[in-house]
Design a binder for this molecule. Sequence first.
Ligand code: GAL
Length: 424
Amino acid sequence: MKSKSIKQMASRGLVLTTFAGLLSVGTAIASGKVEVMHWWTSGGEANALNVLKEALGAQGIAWDDSAVAGGSGTNALQVLQARVASGNPPAAMQMHGEQIKTYAEEGLLGDLSEIATAQNWDAVMAPELQTFAKHDGVYVGVPFNEHRHNWMWVSKKIIDQYGGKVPETWDEWFVLADKMKADGVQPLAHGGQPWQEFMLWEDILVAVGGADFHKKAVQELDEAELGGDKMVQAFDTFRKVLSYADAGAANRDWNLATAMVIEDKAAFHFMGDWAKGEFTVANKKADVDYLCRAAPGTAGTYVFLADYWGFFPVKEEAAKQAQMEMAKLTMDPAVQTEFNIRKGSIPARIDIDPKAFDACGQAAIADRAAAAEKGGVLPSLSQNHAQSREVRGVFEDVITSFANDANITSADAVARIKSGLAGL
Ligand code: GAL
């Protein structure tokens, strides 16, 4: 799918009114320019980002692109740190909850109160995202989306060859994966990079102990839970799942792993719903070409993460106005709708009509609401929402070492996490 222009978007009934309003009321800020740093370089990610780029363009604001490739912002966040350290940050930066907090604590992020009040963010933004978008009660970040971390993407063609029933627990998954393996069918599409393995591990942790265990062990860092049997079991299961990876998995980028399911070369991929953006650009349809299901054992939970813009200080008035226009457009209902349809996520706004979304998008919106009622909306540890960078780093280091060294036992890994945290 080629990226659509604003005009084409506006011709869709669902966004017509809002986009028409949006395009006619804005005052063009001809000299405005925003340097935007982000890590959205895959086909699906770029397709989504174009929605905002074009909406800004329609307001006469130029987009100065500073993309830094590398899933999960592994590289971009390092470049950002260096640029902040040298006093030259970009005007706008893609951030997760943890970076908003860190840079806001340093007093570096622009105050978005005026737009937040005008657009009534307190009423329309998902409450769990407000926690991260605000610092000391003031909005300093604006979210695009709410991604779900704990998804399993399924090749419909392959699963149909095996009776069509999608496994709901890891035990069921292992039985089916063994059958596939015996037939020479690749069960798992895996990207062997630290952040991807960390996400898989976190899915498994939720499956092993549920929402309460996630809360105690990784959000509250409860010593007993961190050192207990469930943690050991999570590592055991993680090792077993990794044993289904193919020989080419080492250091594979996430979108190449998604492509294995898109091309029916592997049955399952565990990845956040940005993977859906890849299916979309490949012209694949939910429920027709692929299925989306909660990762085994995690139904009823919604492990979330979001992408926010944080705005660093700029000198010129036009540049400041351009930043504010960008914040406003990011939360605009029509932009939120089209952006999230393309990105695979659900809107950060809770007042968007779910009907505009496909089966997976609608399932995500419903699952989030159901999980919210039962305390099952959980901030992602691996995707920078549950803990500081340092704490997250302890987990990632241990998980990566464990994934790459069979001599490290599950009990060793648990002990290493405990001692790593104690050393902070
Ligand atoms: C996440 C980000 C997503 C997605 C993914 C892969 O960290 O929040 O929007 O793009 O990385 O790059």
